[in-house]
Design a protein around this ligand. Structure first.
Ligand code: SAM
Ligand code: SF4
Length: 327
């Protein structure tokens, strides 16, 4: 599938739930958000049908996200069904990791290829202030289980918000030395009404890593870089690497290859736009696969050339918080 700007769209990110066991300060308010009714969330059979149609149009990569995807019951069986769909070459999940340790092996066996785990700090108190939950140990166990189960390459997502302090980097530097993990720093995107300030710039993070006395960052080879939005760098003799994702300061919209589906059945051509195409209502009124494919193509043609979000805090005009889209 090609969009109106000659970009190939082969990646579908699916939010399987808007619910979450965390309340990260940059993602939702402390009291949480009003959650969808069960009837408003796409059923697994509906999701399978959508993925089958998407794969017939050229989607090869699926990422399951949320909310927290592991709070949804039956997720392992769902993964098994998605993995069996023809043409799906890469099936991954973004998770906060806290519920992963019991299901990591099951997910791998069901056909999940890899996970991205979100972790902003390894300091228990600061972890609790950011996530508003005291689940650091469970998240760290989730990371270990993902490695043990072979859900690799394992990526850790670090959101760069005002909570971030330079000493957080000590843990992440040790991590990339010891394990073949990709630690990726992601610029804060001011969606919804979260009262969070942007964190240090990517330039500052890179120079703090370079000043840590463990050598200097060098761009990773093309092969290691992969084809996502992260720009990867390595430290000498480290097993893992660092990635930097800059949706705001240096957007990568020209390379965008993705489309999103929210838990309540809206196709979102762009993460940072309010435009949505409702496919749930059509699915539930007996739409044909041909018409479903047409709606998909319509969403892809609606992709903007780029977003216009800038580095300031608080964009209440965005109708959804990150947990309601699937970051
Ligand atoms: N609950 C899962 C998790 O936390 O990994 C999946 C959903 S979460 C919305 C997906 C990713 O979005 C996480 O890595 C999180 O750090 C990131 N995220 C949430 N709000 C964000 C924001 N305002 N700016 C940048 N990244 C954000
Ligand atoms: Fe939940 Fe993920 Fe949002 Fe944190 S970032 S509140 S874990 S959905």
């Amino acid at each position: 599938m090609w969009d109106g700007y000659n970009r190939t769209i082969d990646y579908l990110r699916i939010s399987v739930t808007d619910r979450c066991n965390f309340r990260c300060a940059y993602c939702m308010p402390p009291e949480g958000l009003i959650t969808l009714n069960h009837d408003d969330i796409l059923r697994y059979e509906e999701l399978i049908r959508i993925i089958e149609v998407a794969s017939s149009l050229g989607v090869k990569k699926i990422r399951l996200t949320g909310g927290e995807p592991l709070v949804r019951k039956g997720i392992v069986d769902f993964v098994r069904k998605v993995a069996a769909i023809e043409n799906i070459e890469d099936l991954s999940m973004t998770t906060n990791g806290s519920l992963l340790s019991n299901v990591a092996h099951g997910l791998k066996e069901a056909g999940l290829n890899r996970v991205n785990i979100s972790l902003d700090t390894a300091d228990p108190d600061r972890f609790a202030s950011i996530t508003r939950r005291s689940e650091l140990e469970a998240t760290l166990q989730g990371i270990q289980s993902a490695l043990d189960a072979g859900l690799t390459p394992l990526k850790i997502n670090v959101a760069l918000t005002g909570f971030f302090i330079p000493s957080d980097l000590d843990y992440f530097i040790d991590l990339v030395y010891q394990y073949p993990i990709h630690v990726r720093f992601i610029e804060y995107m001011p969606l919804g009404n979260c009262d969070v300030s942007p964190g240090p710039s990517i330039v500052n993070v890179k120079s703090t890593i370079n000043d840590a006395g463990r050598g200097f960052l060098q761009p990773a080879s093309t092969q290691e870089r992969g084809n996502g939005p992260a720009r990867y760098y390595q430290l000498p003799n480290a097993k893992g690497m660092f990635g930097f994702i800059t949706p705001i300061s240096e957007h990568f919209c020209g390379e965008c290859n993705r489309i999103r589906l929210t838990a309540d059945g809206k196709l979102k051509p762009c993460l940072l736009s309010n435009e949505e195409i409702d496919i749930k209502a059509h699915l539930r009124s007996g739409i044909s696969d041909k018409r479903l494919a047409e709606l998909f193509c319509q969403a892809i043609q609606a992709k903007p050339s780029s977003h216009s979000l800038c580095r300031v805090s608080g964009h209440p005009e965005f109708q959804r918080h990150m947990s309601q889209i699937g970051g």
